[in-house]
Design a protein around this ligand. Sequence first.
Ligand code: NAP
Ligand code: SF4
Length: 675
Amino acid sequence: MADTPYPHLFESLDLGFTEIPNRIVMGSMHTGMEDFFWHYGELAAYFAERAANGVGLIVTGGISPNRAGWVAPLAGRMTHLGHVAAHRRVTEAVHAAGSSKICMQILHAGRYGYHPFIVGPSDRASPITPFKPRRLGLRGIARTITDYIRAARLAQRAGYDGVEIMGSEGYLLNQFLAERVNDRRDAYGGSTSRRQRIVTEILAGIRAAVGPRFIIIYRLSMLDLVEHGQTWDEIVTLARTVAAAGATIINTGIGWHESRVPTIVTRVPRAAFAGVTAKMREHVDVPLITTNRINTPEAAEKLLADEVADMVSMARPFLADPAFAAKAAAGRAADINTCIACNQACLDHTFAWKRASCLVNPRAGRETRLNFAPTDRPARIAVVGAGPAGLEAATRLAERGHHVTLYEAGSDIGGQFQFARRIPGKEEFAETLRYYRRRIAHTGVALELSCHVEAATLVGAYDKVVIATGVVPRRIAIEGIGHAKVMSYAELIAGHRPVGRQVAIIGAGGIGFDVAEYLTHERPAPAEDAARFFQEWGVDPAFASRGGLVEAEPAPPPRAVTLCQRSTHKAGRDLGKTSGWAHRASLRHKNVAMRVGVTYQAIDDAGLHITCDGQPECITADTIIVCAGQTCERTLYDALRESRQRVHVVGGARLATELDAKRAIREAAELAARL
Ligand code: NAP
Ligand code: SF4
């Protein structure tokens, strides 16, 4: 591509028998649509939209080669001809949309499956499912290899350009490869070559069955990040074996699902793990794909220019913006709706058996159902509140052709995202604000900042009003709440008031946790840095030790923090399924004390007085921060309801309980599609 700012990213890749139009891989992401054939029309539309926007290579969500390999009951399988027709809808739609290639991922979950038929190299249970695996016998292994080969042959019949064999993240093949799970002493365990044998047999069998003109990607765990994982020498041997057995491309896998090192959430610095792909490059000749926390064309281009890898895989960024590749190609990277790595609507959904979508793009996975058609009756619409809900409503309505004015009382857009982006490890939230600024400019929304709009201004001046005034912190009644040492989280983050060395936080919800992170990291936060991250979480920066792990050395916190809640359940119970554990671990590293089941008694010069298990106690604190949840801010809504003005309410202003940006943006998008 001649005049792209990303020449490496948009260079084609010649595989000899076929050409991939550029170096951008839409990595595998289980959406939930793969599991039932009646969702394949939607799945086809989802992939076709990404293909039409120029992604080079698509890898589907995981499809099991047999029943035992299901991730969950009734998950997608490719086991007989009857499955081919549904998949053909996907491949035909993708090929009709552009020149993208598409590979079906074959994933056998092994002991990670969430059902009673699970199998593994041993009967060692995993910590992430309650089911105990059955140890595969030699006949079972032979059948499993045959099943992989059959799945690949059927994928070829369905029109796929290739398959990806999932050999990482702790799934079945990874389980065979590591002594952590593989305790066998037969032909498939013991020595390195015997542990690797199943992989070699599967690849050689697939290559023989599909012929030379079919892409085979092997997703290779280059860093297990678990105890008793593979050594670097074993991993290099495997890569060479895999290439010799017929793999066309090797993709990078980082960490098992049971690993206690975050590998993809927001706090992981961009491209932190790409160094391991670079390290592999000198050992194999086949093209390598690098992956994990790469979410901008700039980052991807740099990795290719630095010869870290031959291709760059991004999975979640294609949920966040289906036009990622087209915008990058056109030099419009600033218009990309950037994945903020929150996991809230994608992986948290997947692990709760719900359809994956995206917090910043609720249309993801609903391409046939949530659309923003141009209106034939443009209306004058006021949107009040420029937090996530108001921004989404205003820009979607304007995109449809309405005349939209967006009022914001504060001096900038963003609402709760202005707090979130200041939390260490959540800096990516600033990208969403950059995206909405661009959208406001492009869609022609009239933005009125520092404008506390009254009902009288709106009534009669607009055909419709959308209230997105969000939430206000809950006021709580504790003796001494007016003490000078008490502040709200908003006051803390605004940074106008000094914070002491001993801090108590009232409320251990999402914001209490965020505030604890904020208080236990240095200020100003140091630049994002893979080396610091590895030190904090115990990753060997040379990727040389077994499993890639070393002793963690978290930086000492600048102050002592105690996080309190009245409920007796574990603090942080309701945080995201795939990120909450990392929040809890991070605060443990910083020695944050978690007090549950407390009753607040009073605040005075000494600190926060509580009772716990009937015993009075004083948590010594020179600062106390209230993070006791939110209530709806709907003064304006109530005033408008009393007039004859047509008014709608979305986000936190509608319902503050269990509010999060995912719901706020989704509600706003759905309203904008209807109005
Ligand atoms: P939240 O998660 O509902 O937590 C509110 C906290 O305040 C609870 O710990 C609650 O615990 C306490 N509380 C409630 N009423 C109280 C009272 N009268 N007196 C003292 N304590 C009281 O609300 P949030 O922390 O404000 O977060 C708002 C939303 O944003 C939530 O949905 C949250 O999930 C989301 N969020 C998520 C994240 C994340 O996942 N990382 C980060 C930020 C925000 P007790 O009632 O047990 O005392
Ligand atoms: Fe990225 Fe969050 Fe969207 Fe998932 S939900 S794709 S992590 S922005």
